[in-house]
Design a protein around this ligand. Structure first.
Ligand SMILES: NC(=O)c1ccc[n+]([C@@H]2O[C@H](COP(=O)([O-])OP(=O)(O)OC[C@H]3O[C@@H](n4cnc5c(N)ncnc54)[C@H](OP(=O)(O)O)[C@@H]3O)[C@@H](O)[C@H]2O)c1
Length: 277
């Protein structure tokens, strides 16, 4: 199952381009990562370590998921060198502001047990608090101090990102947003493309049980010899995104990672994008 991904990772330039995305700050992200919400404790650490050993190279944690400890444990337990794993975590809503962000980041680093966080995101803008710009300033400092490789945001609008740029001169390199069939975030994606911000899609398999029974999706999946979830995730990737599906099941995780052996045509992209659940 992982053959095509592993081959693509080490193959020619075109394949590399497909499996890795280049960030505006010079870093890279794998196009497919593992969502980790609800993967907590020993079971969570075991699932995440197994994901790393089977080819995943990005773990999407958050202080709010209560699994930074399990995420760090998974990285240490897996056979994958630390510098090959992108560890993501996120600033919780209760820690907005300059000093609270720094203190919360220290807590995350302690829980993860890592020296450097690869990707640190503001989880939600929380506009009613109006302190996300102060948090952003703290993150810029932490990045300049070498404690974070890449800084980004999550659930931010065009206006909120423009405000970050206007007040600090620094754009996020990633905006993680819900992006799935029925919510293709076209306007936000166009803005991201213009500003070299990577769109990272969360909940890409939402409404999966309804999608699994959809006749059009079944037909397209059969035509490519893949499963419905692979068509849904491939559709997402072809919108120029990074996807972070979550599964506690090893076989389903492997299937969710195996997305580089087929391409959806234009008509198929339109058909999948028009599905409603
Ligand atoms: N930034 C934010 O505000 C935010 C919000 C939500 C999520 N996220 C991130 O995005 C990640 C992914 O989103 P999500 O967890 O909401 O949902 P998701 O990945 O869209 O879907 C997960 C669900 O799909 C099932 N599933 C996964 N692969 C499958 C497959 N191949 N066949 C059938 N069912 C499958 C899983 O069940 P099994 O486990 O039983 O396979 C689980 O119930 C999260 O874990 C989190 O890291 C971020």
């Amino acid at each position: 199952m992982l053959g095509s991904y592993a081959a693509a990772m080490s193959d020619d330039a075109t394949s590399q381009h497909e499996t890795i995305v280049h960030l505006a700050d010079g870093g890279t992200l794998p196009r497919v990562g593992l969502g980790t919400w609800s993967l907590t404790g020993e079971a969570g650490a075991a699932a995440m370590a197994s994901a790393l050993d089977s080819g995943y190279r990005l773990l999407d944690s958050a202080q709010g998921y209560g699994n930074e400890d399990a995420t760090g444990e998974a990285v240490r337990r897996s056979g994958v060198p630390r510098d090959q794993v992108v560890v993501t975590t996120k600033l919780p809503n209760g820690s907005h502001g300059f000093e609270p962000t720094k203190a919360s980041f220290d807590e995350s680093v302690r829980a993860l047990g890592v020296d450097v966080v690869d990707l640190y995101l503001i989880h939600w803008p929380e506009p009613e608090q109006d302190r996300y710009v102060d948090s952003w300033r703290a993150m810029i400092e932490l990045q300049q101090a070498g404690r974070i490789r890449s800084i980004g945001v999550s659930n931010f609008s065009v206006e909120q990102i423009e405000r970050l740029e206007c007040e600090t001169g620094v754009l996020p390199v990633v905006n993680q947003v819900e992006l799935r069939i029925g919510l293709d975030q076209a306007e936000l994606r166009a803005f991201h493309r213009e500003r070299r911000i990577v769109t990272e899609s969360y909940s890409p398999l939402k409404h999966g049980s309804a999608l699994a029974a959809d006749p059009a999706l079944t037909r397209i999946a059969e035509a490519h010899g893949v499963a419905w979830n692979q068509v849904v995730l491939r559709w997402n990737l072809q919108l120029d995104t990074v996807v972070i599906p979550r599964s506690k099941d090893e076989a389903r995780r492997a299937s969710n990672l195996d997305l580089f052996g087929f391409t959806l045509g234009e008509d198929e992209m339109a058909e999948v994008g028009a599905l409603r659940v």
